[in-house]
Ligand binder design. Sequence first.
Ligand code: URA
Length: 232
Amino acid sequence: MRRLDQLLANLGYCSRREARDWVRAGRVAVGGRTADDVGDRVEPAQVRIDGEAPDHAHGLLLLLHKPVGLVCSHDEREGPNVYSLLPERWRRRNPPVTSIGRLDKETSGLLLLTDLAPLVHRLTSPKHKVPKVYRAIVDRDLSPDLVPLFASGTLQLAGEAGPCASSELHLVGPREALLTLTEGRYHQVRRMFAAAGATVVTLHRERFGSLDLQGLAAGQWRELPPDFFGAT
Ligand code: URA
């Protein structure tokens, strides 16, 4: 149960102050009757806003094909962000829609977005070893020696307390590789290749666990059920 004005504000319809006007204007119904008190405690299922059920009252979980050039930060000073791709109302939700982990501005690919904070914590926790598959194109030919090196669990990146966990490298061309990681350190893929003397030229995340980008062009997203990863 939540206050009616809180529900409208949480779901991005309007501010709590504006909710008063929405109710006065007769735009909100509770239990089939026009609402008259923004302080009423309601279940979302009882509520209609302009005749419609509340928008994703139990949380949003989105699979986005992130294009190159957008950041995952909400800080406007860091430049255009992935949230600008979403409908206006979703951008006003509180808790805010945020990314589950981050991809660099110059990385494209599969990015999960949600307003379910416990899910963000769960999936980004080091304990949760979901495999993530990256396709990297680098600036020089890759040595097959990198396969056992990346798998060894001994690769030490500068400034990190411990070595990278074992990862699976598959060379698909002289300068192209698929890398499966189960952790998510800062700029990890770029830094792993840099430690091996190569610069990543393009980087794309193809998979996150069982999920892929099938059918989604860059900039497009699709919804997943909020309980896709189990109850939050
Ligand atoms: N590793 C990187 O270096 N960049 C990303 O965006 C993701 C993983």
